[in-house]
Design a binder for this molecule. Structure first.
Ligand code: ZN
Length: 150
């Protein structure tokens, strides 16, 4: 992985954005959240819980909590940044693009999310990076069961 990418991943792991576990998190933000999904990656032991405010077809707000490896936390952090304010349709097409990038590689420019592209070279870590995205999909489908990457 390129150093710059590694640096950004480490930064998102150390200071995850939209993260419920951080000291500065304002819990008032959780009021009115109407979707939740839990994800688990047994291969690595990564856990993620997403909370969303969805109105009509728009993702107004999204926060997460979780415990996991640097890739899983950084990926969840980057995902929340990318998804906030998007429509469900836009989020779903981003899911497809991310999935493609992480499993096969892609020519598409996914902006900041591209920092995770190197993960596709490490098959054992792909599920760490896709966990938050699978969990997002489940939250948008209003499926409240625990999602596992297996
Ligand atoms: Zn992991």
């Amino acid at each position: 992985m390129f150093d710059l990418y590694e640096e950004m991943i480490l930064d998102h792991n150390r200071n995850p954005r939209n993260f419920l576990g951080s000291g500065q998190f304002d819990t008032n933000r959780l009021k009115g959240m109407n979707r939740k999904a839990v994800g688990y990656n047994p291969l690595c032991g990564d856990d993620v819980i997403l909370y969303l405010t969805v109105k009509k077809d728009k993702i107004i707000d999204i926060v997460f909590e979780g415990v996991g490896c640097a890739i899983s936390i950084a990926s969840a952090s980057l995902m929340t940044e990318a998804i906030k304010g998007k429509t469900i349709e836009e989020a779903s097409s981003l899911f497809d693009n991310m999935h493609e990038m992480l499993t096969e590689g892609t020519d598409k420019d996914l902006g900041k999310l591209s920092v995770l592209e190197g993960v596709s070279n490490y098959p054992a870590r792909v599920k760490c990076a896709t966990l938050s995205w699978h969990t997002l999909k489940s939250a948008l489908n209003n499926d409240t069961e625990t999602i596992t990457t297996e």
